[in-house]
Design a protein around this ligand. Structure first.
Ligand SMILES: [Zn+2]
Length: 401
C-alpha cells in the first residue's frame, strides 16, 4: 500500500515538474536580440577589427549566406522579419509598380506585407518586443506589432527619453546615427527586463561612403562591435542573431533603361529600380537590378534583345524565370527583370541615357552583393548550422507553434 502511494506520489511529482517545465517553456521563450546590419557584406567583416563578433563566430554558428534578390534593403529586411521569401511576403523592392494607380510607388504600407512579421508572431506568444531602426521606412513597414519602436525621424524621437539620455538624434546621413540606435536599444533593454525580442537595424550609409579597407569603415565597424559586446554583457541569457541585407560594390556605369530603350525604338511602359528609396544620398536610387514593364507582351523579345545589347547587362529574365530563380512574387515584379554586372547600375538619369559614375560611388542590388555573413549565438533552440543557408532564415524558426 505504502509502495503504491509512494509510486503515485512520484508520478504526480514528475508530472507536475514536467507540466510546469513545459508551461514555463511555452510561456517564456529565450530572450532574443536580432541585429540587421545594413550593408554588412562579408568583406567588411573580414577587413575590420571586430573582436566581439569574432567571439560570436567561434562560439556559435557562422555562415556566409546568400541574401535575396534584388539585393536591396526592403526585400531582405522584410524577408528576415517575416522568415519568408518575397514569393510569400510580397515585398519585391523598395518601390513597386501599383497596377491600380499605374504608377511607381514606395513600399511603405504594411498591408503590402502578406505574412506575419516576427513582432506579430512574438505578440501571439505573449512576447514583448522592440524595434530600433535608423530608417523610418522600417518602422512604418514592419513595426506595427512591436511594443516599443524608435527611429531618429519618428514622431517624438527628438523629445523622447532616448533623446534626453543620448542627445538629439544625429543626421540620417552619418555613422553616428547607428551608434545612437545601439545606445537607445541598450538603454531600453537595461530598463525593460520583460522585453523578449529586440530587433536592431543599422544603416548602410557608411558602406555607401567607404570601401571595406578604408579607415572610416573600419572605425565604424569597430564601434558597432563594441555595442555588440555590450549587448552580450547586459543580456548574457539572450540569443544573439546577426545578419545583413546585402553587401556593396564600387559601380562605374549607370543606364537609364527607359531612355535607352526609347532611343533604340523599343519603348516600354516603365522601368523600375527596386533600390530606389527616399534616402537619395545613399545611392541616388540606382541599383544593380531593374524591373521592366512592357507596353505590350509582343514587345518582349525585341526589348530583351535591346537590353542585352547594352554594356554592363548580364542577364534579362522573364517574369516567370525571375520569380522561380529568386523566390519572387510574379504579380509584384516586371515583365522582365534585368541583372547588371558587378560595376553597372540602373536608375533614373535626368538628361542622358547613361552616365559614368564618380569613382567613389558604391551601391548594391545585383547578385554580386547578395552574399552576407550570418551569426547565431547562444540560441538554445536554434536549428543546426546547415539550416542557415539564406539570411532570411536567421529568425524564421522563432515563435512558431
Ligand atoms: Zn540596405
Amino acid at each position: 500500500m505504502k509502495k503504491i502511494f509512494l509510486a503515485s506520489l512520484c508520478t504526480a511529482i514528475v508530472l507536475l515538474c514536467f507540466h510546469s517545465a513545459s508551461a514555463q517553456t511555452a510561456a517564456k521563450p529565450q530572450r532574443t536580440i536580432i541585429i540587421m546590419m545594413d550593408g554588412f557584406g562579408n568583406d567588411y567583416y573580414r577587413n575590420s577589427d571586430m573582436p566581439n563578433l569574432n567571439q560570436l563566430e567561434k562560439a556559435g554558428i557562422y555562415n556566409v549566406v546568400t541574401s535575396l534578390m534584388p539585393a536591396v534593403t526592403n526585400v531582405n529586411n522584410i524577408a528576415i522579419a517575416t522568415g519568408d521569401q518575397p514569393s510569400k511576403n510580397g515585398i519585391t523592392g523598395n518601390v513597386f509598380f501599383n497596377p491600380k494607380t499605374q504608377k511607381e510607388e514606395y513600399i511603405e504600407d504594411p498591408a503590402l506585407i502578406l505574412t506575419p512579421t516576427i513582432f506579430q508572431r512574438a505578440k501571439n506568444m505573449g512576447v514583448k518586443s522592440a524595434l530600433f531602426s535608423c530608417k523610418k521606412k522600417t518602422i512604418d513597414l514592419m513595426g506595427g506589432f512591436a511594443d516599443i519602436s524608435l527611429c531618429p525621424e519618428c514622431d517624438g524621437a527628438g523629445s523622447s527619453i532616448w533623446a534626453k539620455e543620448f542627445g538629439t538624434p544625429p543626421d540620417v546621413y552619418s555613422k553616428e546615427i547607428s551608434y545612437w540606435i545601439f545606445k537607445s536599444a541598450i538603454y531600453t533593454i537595461k530598463n525593460n527586463s520583460d522585453l523578449g525580442l529586440i530587433f536592431i537595424h543599422t544603416t548602410d550609409y557608411p558602406m555607401h561612403m567607404w570601401p571595406p579597407e578604408s579607415a572610416d569603415a573600419k572605425d565604424f565597424l569597430h564601434h558597432v562591435d563594441e555595442y555588440i559586446g555590450e549587448l552580450r554583457k547586459i543580456a548574457p541569457d539572450a540569443a544573439i542573431l546577426i545578419t545583413a541585407d546585402h553587401g556593396l560594390n564600387s559601380k562605374s556605369l549607370c543606364w537609364d533603361l527607359e531612355k535607352a530603350l526609347q532611343a533604340r525604338n523599343t519603348p516600354v511602359k516603365i522601368v523600375i529600380s527596386p533600390e530606389k528609396d527616399k534616402y537619395v544620398k545613399h545611392h541616388r536610387g540606382m541599383g544593380g537590378a531593374a524591373y521592366v514593364y512592357l507596353n505590350d507582351n509582343k514587345d518582349l523579345e525585341n526589348v530583351k534583345k535591346t537590353i542585352l545589347s547594352l554594356k554592363g547587362v548580364e542577364a534579362v529574365l522573364t517574369r516567370t524565370q525571375a520569380a522561380k530563380r529568386f523566390g519572387l512574387m510574379p504579380e509584384r515584379i516586371g515583365d522582365l527583370m534585368v541583372l547588371a554586372d558587378k560595376t553597372t547600375v540602373f536608375g533614373y538619369l535626368e538628361n542622358t541615357e547613361s552616365e559614368q559614375l564618380d569613382t567613389h560611388y558604391r551601391s548594391h542590388g545585383s547578385g554580386y552583393e547578395a552574399h552576407v555573413p550570418l551569426f547565431v549565438y547562444n540560441a538554445k533552440s536554434a536549428p543546426n548550422a546547415a539550416y542557415f543557408k539564406y539570411n532570411y532564415l536567421l529568425a524564421a524558426w522563432l515563435y512558431r507553434n
